[in-house]
Structure formats: C-alpha cells, structure tokens
Ligand binder design. Sequence first.
Ligand SMILES: N[C@@H](CCC(=O)N[C@@H](CS)C(=O)NCC(=O)O)C(=O)O
Length: 423
Amino acid sequence: MLHFSLQVIGLSNVPIAGDEFEVVASLDIARERAEARAELLWDERISAKAGDGKVTLSSLASAVSAGKLSGLDLHQLNIIMKVDLQGSIEAVRQALQVLPRDNVTLKFLLQATGDISNSDIDLAVATEAIILRFNVKAPGSVKSYAEKKGVEIRLYRVIYELIDDVRNAMEGLLETVEVNSNASLYGIVEESLSFTLAEEVFVTSTMAVTLLDTRVSPFGMRVRIALEEKGVKYEYSEQDLRNKGPMLLEMNPVYKKVPVLIHNGKPICESLIAVQYIDEVWNNKSPLLPSDPYQRAQSRFWADFVDNKVYFPGRKTWTKKGQELEAGKNGLIESLKLLEGELGDKSYFEGDKLGYVDVALIPFYSWFHGYETFGYFSIEAECPKLIAWCKRCMQNESVSKSLSDPQEVYGFLVELRKKLGLE
Ligand SMILES: N[C@@H](CCC(=O)N[C@@H](CS)C(=O)NCC(=O)O)C(=O)O
C-alpha cells in the first residue's frame, strides 16, 4: 500500500467525512464533475426534505439550513404566482428580487392574474414549484387536488408578509409548517381575511410602495421628488383631508396628515423622514444627503429651517391680514434671503446636483404665486438668486413632474380661504 501526503486546494466547502476523492485529468473536468455532483445532491436533499417530491417553503428552509451546516448551500425555488391585479405581479416580483440571494435562486415559472386552477397545480407538480397566491381564490376542488398532489399553496394579502416568508425560507429560518395541515393553513389565513377589509387595504397591497398624499401638499411633493429621483415606481393615493379615510388614520394615527409613504405595508410618516428613508433604502442611485456626517447634519439643519421658517411665515401670507400679514411677509423674505446666502454661488444647496435641502425647499416654489398674490409682494424682486435656483431645479424632470402647478395651488387657496371665511 502506498502512503503519501497530499495537499488539496480550491475546495469551496469543507468535505464531509466519507466523501470520496476522484482523480481526473484536468481542472475543467474536475469543475464539471463537481457541479454535476452538487446538482445531484441538491435534488436529493430537496426531495428528501420535501418527501415524495413535495416542495414547500418550509422544506426549502430546512434544505437551506441543512445546506448551511454541511457547507453545500445552493438552492432554487420555483414559484408560480397568481395575483389579483396585473400591477401586483410587478410589485411582488420587484420586492422579491431585492432579497439577498446568496444561497437561493428564485425562478418564476408562471406569473398571472386570476384564481388558482388545476392546471396551476399540475404545473407545480411537474416543476416542483410552490404556488404563491396573492388575494385570489382557490376553489375547494382545486385545494383538495393540490393537497392530493402535495402542492403547497400559500395565501397572502399583503406583500410584506409574502416577502417575509420567502426571505425566511431563503435564510433557512421558516418554522416548519406541515403540508398535510394545509386545511388549517388555509383556514387560519382565510378566516383572518374574511373579506371585511377596507377596499384601500387591497389597493395599497398591490404595490410595494404607496404614497398617501394630496396634489397640492408641499410636503407630499418632497416625497414624490425623492421617489422620482430614485426611479421608484409607486402607487399614488390622493386623500380627502376634509374626510380622512381609514387608511390614512390607520397609517398615520399620530398626526393624521399626508404624506405617508407605505413601503411593503409599513408606514413612514413626516415628509423629511420619508425622504431620508427613501435615500437610505434606494441608495444605489442619486444620493440626496451628503455622505460626510457634518455635511449631513448641515443639510438636516437647513431642511428643518425650511419647515420652521419658510412654511409657517408663508402660511401667514394667505391666512392673515394687517400687521400679522406684514410679519409673515417679512419673516418669509428674511428666511429666503438666509437661504440665498447659504446657496451662495453653488448650483444646488449640496453642490452641483439636486440634494436633500433642494428637495425640502423647492415644493414651496409652487406656493410662491399664492403667497405673493394674497400678500401683495414679489419674492423675485427680493430674492432673484433664489428664484433662479427654483428655475434650475425645475429643469430636473423629477421636480417638474412632482410639483403642482402654481395656478392649481392658488385655486386651492382661494377655495380654502372661502371656507375659512377669509374671502
Ligand atoms: N410635518 C409634516 C406636515 C404635513 C402636513 O402638514 N400635511 C398637511 C397637508 S399639506 C395635512 O395633512 N393636513 C391635514 C391636517 O392637518 O389635518 C410633514 O412634513 O409631513
């Protein structure tokens, strides 16, 4: 018997005791064999975990955690997705696509609107897929067929629950759910659904991002600009502030104000906080806040200044008369002059690109016409450089698309003044 030492290099995982070494002629052949074996092992593990070829989210989770332990950690989850509205397909898909996929690849075999049918079950059997069902029905006969065939159908009504489950499965964390207890799984979820939910819940649940807003809100415009800057698709939901709907009251129970950004079902209130959130979540494009901590603090300071020293005196120009109106006008001009000084010779507040302070301030440009008309003054005469900056900002599509027309804001103010008995 020959005894010699051997150094093996290039292994991506620790071998398991009992693994056999195979000697082949070249690196390419070795790689090919290794890939084929990994695929075979994956198939074996998935079917062993799922039992009788059943693939479920929990079996995937167990396979992932087992894979992590053994060091072999590559999986594919085949998905059949049936949804209520065409818009939901993109929303769910987009939300799933951003999940980290170190160990698991998602493969969408079918994405369609409409209820679950037997042919979906057949497809799931043939491809070892799971069915994600989003606000659509599965008739009783289809459910029993699925049960007989060992196909998992999971029902969701809000995107973030679906995303959470898939994420957990991908990370190997999902608690085991007995496939055979499908009946109770359907039971629990459907009972909680029971279709008594407000229409709006369904509307917001079809998009990963929804904005509760009103067209003329300068605060809402900030969030719209930020979303546009980042290229985030979102569902816009105009709110009636004189008759606030259940969605707004539920999503912003503290202030009951717009805008409210809803991301994967979770609300983010207060426009400046929402803009910062957008900047952090979609951080791969168009940064709004500077990266330097001191500069960031400065930007936050000036955005806060806009809220305190532009919005409030501006309000006085169309709600007050006499001395109070004068105080409002003077306060507003003083603030805008300070901002003009802060802008200096830069194109934008944070430098040569649209940034956080620009996003905070520019929406008021569409209110200036109203301020000037009711207050009998000209902002441009006092702050020409600031108005030049406004025009520069408007050359950005994200801004021009998001701002309301000054005439629309003016018309809104005329109506509001009538209602407040000011006309
Ligand atoms: N600080 C808040 C202000 C939001 C705000 O004042 N929104 C107004 C519309 S422009 C609103 O919802 N008003 C309804 C109310 O006050 O009841 C923000 O930045 O989001």
